[in-house]
Write a protein that binds this ligand. Structure first.
Ligand code: 5RP
Ligand code: FE2
Length: 221
């Protein structure tokens, strides 16, 4: 199933003192979704922000908010993120004992559920959930920080996952997160990815460069 490639800039690389303006600038520059990285200093060794910041950002962009939860446990906080304005909520299956229950919770709140595979997490962790989710987020860095180098071994994982999804006739997006650049993007798209998160490569150069950065990642640069 071939889908247009969507670009989801991660505001992890934005100017945190001007987050609203940054969200608006990325929206006007042609982004498809805004990716919001939630880190708790426990599941990952970094802390970002919570539902109150998601809520504060909501008036600045009409784009879908793609919330990437790097928190454990996730379930107790999911209703607050849904209420704050998340449209899509993805979680790491290692964050709790019952990932299918987490999928049901996200769905019950009217949001699109996604499951995140860290580089060391096998496809088997999502296999039984594929029929119930909208998206698999394949991490091409270890979660916790922007600006890390793309982990090549994950390209083959994307190809295997695409084959599994297509063979089952499912409508599930494959999103890539970590080290996405105009150079790495075409390789993951060729392997079957259809949605690209980019932090560093999207925000470099400041607002005047955002449209060109998005075009370059999309392959139209
Ligand atoms: O989830 C993340 C890190 O855990 C970020 O979304 C990701 O790292 C984006 O940053 P960059 O494009 O700079 O790698
Ligand atoms: Fe992310």
């Amino acid at each position: 199933m071939v889908k247009p490639v969507l670009i989801a800039p991660s505001i992890l690389s934005a100017d945190f003192a001007r987050l609203g303006e940054e969200a608006r600038a990325m929206t006007e520059a042609g982004a498809d979704w805004l990716h919001l990285d939630i880190m708790d200093g426990h599941f990952v060794p970094n802390i970002t922000f919570g539902p109150s910041v998601v809520k504060a950002l909501r008036p600045w962009s009409a784009l879908p908010f793609d919330v990437h939860l790097m928190i454990g446990p996730a379930d107790p906080y999911i209703p607050a993120f849904a209420e704050a304005g998340a449209d899509r909520i993805s979680f790491h299956p290692e964050a709790g004992p019952h990932p299918h229950r987490t999928v049901q919770l996200i769905r019950s709140l009217g949001k699109a559920p996604g499951v995140v595979l860290s580089p060391g997490t096998p496809i088997a962790m999502v296999e039984e959930l594929l029929g119930d989710i909208d998206l698999v987020l394949v991490m091409t860095v270890n979660p916790g920080f922007g600006g890390q180098s793309f982990i090549e071994s994950q390209v083959d994982k994307v190809a295997r996952l695409r084959e599994m999804i297509d063979k089952a006739g499912l409508d599930v997006r494959i999103e890539i997160d970590g080290g996405v650049t105009p150079e790495t993007a075409p390789r993951v798209v060729a392997a079957g990815a259809d949605t690209l998160v980019a932090g560093t490569a999207a925000f470099r150069g400041g607002p005047a460069a955002y449209a060109a950065n998005i075009a370059a990642i999309r392959g139209n640069g």
